[in-house]
Design a protein around this ligand. Structure first.
Ligand SMILES: Nc1ncnc2c1ncn2[C@@H]1O[C@H](COP(=O)(O)OP(=O)(O)OP(=O)(O)O)[C@@H](O)[C@H]1O
Ligand SMILES: [Mg+2]
Length: 378
């Protein structure tokens, strides 16, 4: 008896509405007249519309930017009353395009009379990003294998050309007008060699020397290396570091290379005037949900510039090896950075608007607490 009482108290305490409101998927109910009668928190976040704005609005008005969704809701109403499912881009009230998985079902009472429709909306943004990351890693791995083979083949004849160039240089020592040609041969061979080394770097699995690192020390070192370039170009630096940030797990020299590439790109995009902003924070809304991986904590570092920005058509290619829009670029900076961050179990994201600027966001794993300090974390 007492058990039953406790049970019913517990049930009264947690209502269906509490549960549905807190669901991670968007839940929307449209009544028989087509008016929105329920709109949970996730639906608000997904559509950029508050519940108070959505309730009692007709679905055709609310979803005016998404005709495909309107068609699905019509189908779930009488006379058809059929369930449909689909994936697509949902355009929010503020114009964002969110990839979603959507199911629309007819809603009935116990006697089977139509009450309207039930919409379940799942945000696929993170999943799509992880899928794209995987695809990109696969492409890079395939390209790496090809590049490694080719690079080996090229390195040998290059060595021959350089040796012959050096011999030639010695024999034309007395004729300075010829020396400039031998010097070009040697210098250019060295340049190609360096490129091939970088390409090989891209395909070799890195041996990471993982240690706990203070990311702010690392960023300050990178900024010191670029101090002169910043001053010469009249670029303002804004640092916004979260002092309570925990240590990350990383390979110091490789991460210096990543942040140096990103800072250099930002400077190159700004030319002789601009503002470089570097922000660090503990990432709260990103969790790895890949199967078999523990839920991990991340920190993020934003490298933001107000330079040229990246053309939308170029965005899908910037991490590909040899993609460059610069006269003297190799197009390897971001490809190498991407590989290094992936090998650290992290992620790189980019947001850019042509003519306005770019933000590169690097997510890195927080170092696992040792047994001694786990008690501090609680
Ligand atoms: N902060 C940025 N602002 C604008 N465009 C950028 C930015 N970062 C990268 N890009 C674009 O991405 C391309 C690829 O960058 P990546 O660093 O891989 O090569 P690169 O800078 O051209 O050459 P390298 O790094 O080898 O000198 C650049 O050529 C540029 O078009
Ligand atoms: Mg670069």
């Amino acid at each position: 008896m007492k058990d039953r009482e406790e049970n019913s108290q517990r049930q009264a305490h947690i209502s269906w509405e509490n549960i549905v409101t807190s669901l991670e998927d968007g839940v929307i109910v449209v009544d028989r007249e087509g008016m929105v009668s329920f709109f949970n928190q996730s639906a608000e976040a997904l559509t950029d519309v508050s519940a108070s704005q959505a309730l009692n609005q007709h679905f055709c008005r609310l979803f005016g930017k998404n005709p495909w969704l309107i068609t699905m809701i019509h189908k779930s109403h009488p006379p058809q009353q059929i369930s449909t499912r689909g994936e697509g881009a949902f355009v929010t009230a503020s114009g964002r395009r969110v990839p979603v998985n959507l199911s629309v079902s007819p809603l009935h009472d116990r006697r089977g009379r139509s009450l309207g429709s039930l919409l379940l909306v799942r945000d696929l943004t993170h999943r799509k990003e992880l899928e794209e990351d995987l695809r990109r890693s696969d492409r890079l791995a395939a390209l790496g294998t090809l590049a490694a083979g080719l690079a080996h083949e090229i390195k040998n004849p290059l060595g021959g050309i350089k040796g012959a160039g050096q011999l030639l240089r010695r024999s034309v020592m007395r004729d300075s007008s010829l020396l400039q040609y031998t010097d070009i041969i040697i210098r250019e061979v060295e340049r190609v060699n360096e490129l091939i080394e970088q390409l090989l770097d891209l395909s070799r699995p890195a041996r990471l020397n993982l240690v706990p690192l203070n990311v702010h020390e690392l960023l300050n070192d990178v900024l010191l290396l670029e101090k002169q370039a910043l001053e010469e170009r009249n670029i303002t630096l804004k640092k916004s570091f979260d002092p309570s940030l925990p240590a990350i797990q990383g390979d110091r020299s490789q991460l210096v290379q990543v942040f140096l590439n990103l800072v250099k790109n930002a400077l190159e995009a700004m030319g002789n005037q601009g503002c470089l902003k570097i922000t660090s924070r503990l990432e709260t809304d990103f969790h790895i949900r890949e199967p078999g991986r523990k839920k991990a904590k991340f920190i993020s570092v934003d490298i933001e510039d107000n330079g040229s920005g990246i053309k939308e058509a170029n965005l899908p290619h910037i991490f590909s090896p040899f993609f460059t829009t610069k006269n003297n670029g190799t197009g390897l900076g971001l490809a190498i950075s991407y590989r290094i961050i992936r090998e650290h179990g992290g992620l790189i994201r980019v947001e850019s608007q042509e003519g306005k600027g770019t933000i590169f966001r690097v997510l890195l794993l927080v170092a696992e607490p040792t047994r001694d300090d786990s008690s501090v974390e609680g």
